[in-house]
Design a protein. Structure first.
Lengths: 801, 334
């Protein structure tokens, strides 16, 4: 060891290791063998299959953990189900005490958890100590508060039941907190599977649950690899799956849970843009980049991994980044001066290396600093690739490592276009000293989280989650709690409304036409309504619409996949609708209501013609439809976002943004009322929709396009494609440019929609065959519809001069 | 930016530090260079709040860093009740800032000595006499310290007086109004005037950042002072409401780096006021090393203006040597 005199010559930092004795003693006390935590007890380590857990910084074995089998998952779910009954019945204030105790205990054991996390994951102790563990603690404190408040703040909702939660290895304890805290606060019980690389803090947390006196079975931890995860995802006794991980596995889970009625939230991958304008504080940008891509070795789903820099300052910024890279310290994660620790596993490191090796040829320059990695352990150097074109594979794929790819832009519009040129939409970071630029870009980015002049900021009070293929659902904040509650009104099985099935035969129909007032009907041609125009179906086919007595009252176009394609394109062109003020949209909805009311007799007659019933009930349906229009007109400028209370001197704006282009597949029953009840909230929130009306009674929708045409609704905002809902729904579900899809049809159709939606991971809302009573205000209108019509974008704006 | 020269950014390598760039010659006033002053407070606060959590200096290394810090201290007394005797006592401490048994225990090549002794102009003579043969420069605050609001002629005369008394370094104060009014030409002329008056003596330019308020102002004032030929830029007089802080220091240090990139010339940095503990010294040393490199850990480019800091460093070094927590009365006062 050098003496003071020698050090004076070098002025190095020297080693500064965090002590790991306590953690090693704990591992030894378990003889390095762990099993599941089920029903409040650690199951005895059986001779069954187990897997090894290593310290990636040394590749030394830390422990072996049990591989969760079907019977393990079964008993965990059974324990959780048993616990759910009493746990959900506890007063919120009592649940709050448990969560508070967990937060407090975690606080008292913070260093233990930090060291264990670093040993198991390879992340620098500075991060586990100052970021992961404090944020996990904060999450439990925050949700202790929600437990206290949830009944009052979420009226008309109830817990879901047993939640299956599958978490990744990059923030093992923090992701556990993000999952368990809201689930418990909302009154659910949990079966959680930590990642196979990093189960140790979850197991220590299980012990801490015992210490907090948490009732048995409320939290169950089952360890294992992806097969255990699949057992959880597919388990029939589970009501909700919350998953954080890769988009690839997210798709598998979406597919596996399709049609099961399980609620699902997915927090998946990203290729988040880090946008630097020429008027940014470039030195602060450099530190932002360090926190964006070299935090946790870049193994962060929301890592700012795509640097977009305005051409005028690009070379200067690159030079500054390169200089900063030289002072990064890569090495022993337990050393307090380490900036970049170890990659979690050999497989991951090889994946990073192969992506970079392949990507070097697609980049102008590749810099890797600092020189020299530890000889032992799984390390990868911080890497900067500049001059990367958007077409390059490394610019599109998530590398999940300390690798930054950089490209330039010329204008603000180009920056937004490049930023949004991705299948992902998790997070973004915008750097400029001009608030006009920052807020304009933030509004136009397709990302669930936008940090202004900052990056990777988290707080339990703010929602986190993605757009597009980065998943759906939010974690944290008020919006996160919705993922663990459901509407009590919608959870009651509704009485099945009246409905008929359609006959899609395109040959001349044997049904005789119903005369009108003793005269032959004057034939009318109902068309599709696409891009503000009445268009004939691409198929050239029509099918016969019958009244309740089986007589033909007209024909409707038999829309096909090309009509859906055209409708989606038309809807995309109507993007100005989403940019209108809520007030402006309200005016259009009121106008629709006015014009529908002016023609209410005509619509009542049509209802009467299509459905058996009295004129009075038909009139009531029209009146209710008008009511739904004014209701959502009223809401158009009132489904406000929130300013979350996160950090001091920060504004965290939670904005409710429309999905953009949505598909809506209407149910068979209440053909006018259901159509309006679904379309009105969607367009009130700024979505443009492609609607398939009730297949048996589409003429109400095709009559309604005349109301649309006379009410100043811009072309493409409401597109109507009649025909076989099931086929059209499948096309919509499989369409990668449709961001969300509501489907209220058959159970089988709902399963198809969910399965096919896995393609672009669009958000879906499925009736699961249990019909809504469309005449019930409690069921068929309200905030639930508005929430389903929007996604929350959180914009973090630090301020101060 | 028009007229901007982009010089290749040079990380400080050992080779260059051997070359030890000469004095900052200054440049003509480039107002466009001030455009770079885009200091984002929140981002800067994030950086400075994690500087000392990202780096840790323990045991031998900490002792060495504290010895190094001693050599960078401008041991200061700037009180209305200063007397020649008081200054003599301070100088005695400057000659022997670390107890000789501790020097021995650390096996240092030579006992450390402070960077300079910093006093008012009328105390310069006493200090020079007290430091005879010690090879420790005397620095004098001048130019109407601390407010700087005396006539230019008087301020220049004050500089000449201090130099005549034997001061080798002048710590000048700027006219804050020039910064608040964005009158960069006036600020440039002011600093350049003092630089000329200094001749061979080194000029430290005190920006009084607590009065400038915004970090952008701090950046711009730093840049102008360097263009006007300041050898050091210094945060504070110690008399403002807020003195040296890490965010302000980070902005000044980044300005020094920009200036180096633009001109190839190295300018020193001196935080003053508010650094009381050994922990503070380490925090600023980490700042210098991280942002500018090891050259800026040496007294030629880094000074700490402090009076109380040395006492705590003494105690921490004794703790390292003995393993026992020390007491202030065990170390000679200054």
């Amino acid at each position: 060891m050098p003496g003071v005199r020698e050090i004076l010559a070098t002025m190095d930092y020297g080693p500064s290791p965090e002590a790991d004795g306590e953690v090693r003693a704990w591992l030894a006390s378990h003889e390095g063998r762990f099993s599941h935590f089920i029903g409040g007890r650690f199951t005895a380590p059986r001779d069954g299959t187990s897997f090894e857990v290593i310290n990636p910084a040394t590749e030394e074995r830390l422990a072996s953990c049990a591989q969760g089998s079907k019977s393990d998952v079964d008993s965990a779910v059974a324990a959780a189900r048993k616990a759910f009954k009493s746990w959900s019945a506890l007063p919120g204030a009592a649940r709050a005490r448990y969560l508070y105790a967990i937060a407090r205990l975690l606080h008292k054991r913070a260093r233990f958890f930090a060291v264990l996390e670093t040993m198991n994951n390879g992340k620098p102790i500075r991060e586990s100590r100052d970021i992961d563990i404090p944020l996990a603690i904060r999450h439990f404190y925050h949700h202790a508060g929600w437990a206290e408040l949830v009944a009052e703040e979420f009226p008309g909702t109830m817990p879901l039941g047993v939640c299956g939660q599958i978490i990744p290895w990059n923030f093992p304890l923090l992701m556990l907190a993000w999952k368990i805290a809201p689930a418990l606060a909302a009154g659910n019980s949990v079966v959680l599977k930590p990642a196979e690389y990093t189960p140790l803090t979850a197991l220590a947390f299980a012990a801490l649950c015992r210490e907090a006196g948490l009732p048995e079975g409320v939290v169950n931890i089952v360890t294992g690899d992806g097969t255990t995860g699949a057992l959880i995802a597919e388990h029939p006794g589970i009501d909700k799956i919350a998953f954080t991980g890769s988009t690839e596995v997210g798709r598998l889970i979406r597919t596996a849970t399709a049609g099961t009625g399980k609620k699902l939230s997915l927090e998946l991958g990203g290729k988040s843009p880090f946008i630097v304008f020429d008027d940014a504080d470039l030195d602060s940008v450099v530190e932002g980049i360090v926190d964006a891509i070299w935090f946790n070795q870049g193994q962060v789903c929301c890592a700012g991994s795509r640097l977009l820099v305005q051409e005028a300052v690009a070379e200067r910024l690159y030079a500054k980044i390169r200089r900063r890279m030289k002072t990064l310290k890569v090495g022993d994660p337990l050393d307090k001066s380490t900036d970049v620790g170890a990659i979690v596993s050999r497989i991951q490191r090889e994946r990073i290396a192969s992506l970079v090796d392949a990507g070097k040829s697609e980049a102008m320059h590749c810099w890797q600093e600092p020189p020299g990695l530890p000889r032992q352990g799984l390390f990868y150097p911080p890497t900067l690739l500049t001059g990367v074109a958007p077409a390059a594979r490394i610019a599109q794929e998530e590398i999940f490592g300390p690798v930054l790819v950089a490209m330039t832009f010329r204008t603000q519009d180009e920056a937004v276009a490049l930023a949004n040129n991705s299948r992902y939409g998790l997070a973004a970071s915008v750097w400029s000293e001009n608030i006009n630029v920052c807020l304009d870009v933030a509004a136009r980015l397709k990302a669930g989280v936008v940090w202004i002049n900052a990056t990777n900021m988290f707080d339990a009070a703010s929602g986190f989650g993605g757009y597009r293929e980065s998943g759906f659902g939010r974690e944290g904040g008020r919006e996160g709690l919705w993922e663990y509650r459901r509407s009590a009104a919608l959870s009651r099985p509704a009485s099945k409304g009246k409905s008929r099935t359609a006959d899609f035969t395109t040959a001349p129909s044997p049904a005789l036409p119903e005369p009108v007032h003793g005269l032959p009907r004057l034939d009318r041609t109902a068309k599709l309504h696409i891009g503000g125009k009445q268009t004939r179906p691409d198929s050239g086919h029509s099918y016969t619409i019958r009244n309740a007595r089986g007589r033909a009252i007209g024909q409707a176009g038999l829309g096909n996949r090309k009509d859906i394609r055209n409708a989606v394109e038309a809807a995309h062109k109507a993007s100005a609708w989403s940019a209108l003020s809520g007030h402006a949209r309200a005016q259009i909805l009121y106008y629709l209501a006015e014009n529908l009311e002016a023609r209410s007799d005509e619509f009542a007659s049509r209802v009467l013609e299509l459905e058996s019933g009295t004129r009075r009930s038909a009139q009531a349906q029209v009146a209710q439809a008008i009511g739904r229009l004014t209701y959502y007109a009223a809401f158009a400028d009132k489904h406000d976002g929130q300013v979350h209370s996160t950090l001091s001197r920060h504004v965290t704006l939670a904005m409710n943004e429309p999905w953009g282009v949505m598909g809506i597949c209407c149910p068979d029953e209440a053909p006018l009322l259901a159509f309006i009840s679904l379309v009105a909230p969607a367009i009130a929130m700024g979505n443009r929709v492609v609607v398939t009306p009730s297949p048996a009674a589409p003429l109400l929708a095709t009559d309604f396009y005349q109301v649309i045409d006379t009410s100043d609704v811009p072309a493409g905002v409401v597109n109507i494609v009649t025909g076989d809902r099931e086929a059209l729904a499948r096309t919509l579900a499989g369409h990668d440019d449709v961001a969300a899809l509501w489907y209220f049809g058959t159970a089988a159709g709902g399963a198809d929609v969910e399965r096919l939606s896995a393609g672009n991971l669009k958000a879906t809302w499925i009736g699961h065959g249990s019909a809504i009573d469309w005449t019930s205000d409690a069921q068929a209108r309200g905030r639930e519809f508005l929430r389903r019509a929007t996604q929350v974008k959180n914009i973090w704006i630090p301020y101060g001069e | 930016m028009p007229g901007e020269r982009i010089v290749t950014i040079r990380p400080s390598s050992p080779k260059e530090s051997e070359a030890e760039a000469g004095r900052n010659e200054g440049t003509p006033l480039h107002v466009d260079w001030l455009e770079r002053g885009r200091a984002n407070l929140s981002a800067i606060a994030r950086r400075t709040s994690t500087l000392t959590t990202r780096r840790s200096v323990k045991k031998e290394w900490q002792a060495a860093w504290l010895v190094q810090a001693i050599g960078c201290i401008d041991l200061t007394t700037l009180s209305g009740d200063d007397t020649p005797e008081r200054v003599r006592r301070l100088c005695a401490k400057a000659r022997q800032p670390l107890r000789s048994d501790l020097v021995e225990a650390l096996s240092l090549d030579a006992p450390p000595r402070v960077g300079a002794v910093c006093v008012y102009p009328t105390m310069v003579g006493a200090a020079v006499r007290a430091l005879q043969g010690a090879n420790i420069p005397v620095a004098s605050v001048a130019t109407g310290f601390p407010a700087g609001l005396t006539p230019m002629s008087a301020r220049l005369e004050e500089v000449r007086y201090a130099l005549a008394e034997g001061a080798q370094e002048i710590d000048m104060v700027i006219t804050r109004a020039h910064v608040l009014d964005h009158d960069w030409k006036a600020l440039y002329d002011e600093v350049a005037g003092f630089r000329r008056a200094c001749g061979a003596a080194h000029l430290k330019c005190i920006l009084a950042t607590g009065d400038l308020k915004s970090l952008r102002n701090v950046y711009r004032a730093s840049m102008v002072a360097m263009m006007a030929g300041a050898d050091f830029i210094k945060t504070s007089t110690g008399k403002e409401d807020v003195n040296a802080t890490l965010p302000v220091s980070l902005v000044m240090v980044r300005a020094i780096r920009d200036y180096l990139d633009l001109t190839g010339m190295k300018v020193g940095f001196k935080p003053a006021g508010g650094l009381r503990g050994a922990k503070d010294a380490l925090a600023w040393q980490i700042l210098m090393k991280e942002e500018l490199g090891n050259d800026w850990l040496r007294p030629s480019l880094f000074r700490i203006g402090a009076s109380a800091l040395l006492g705590d460093i003494n105690r921490q070094i004794e703790h390292f040597v003995t393993g026992r927590y020390s007491a202030d009365f065990r170390h000679a006062m200054g």
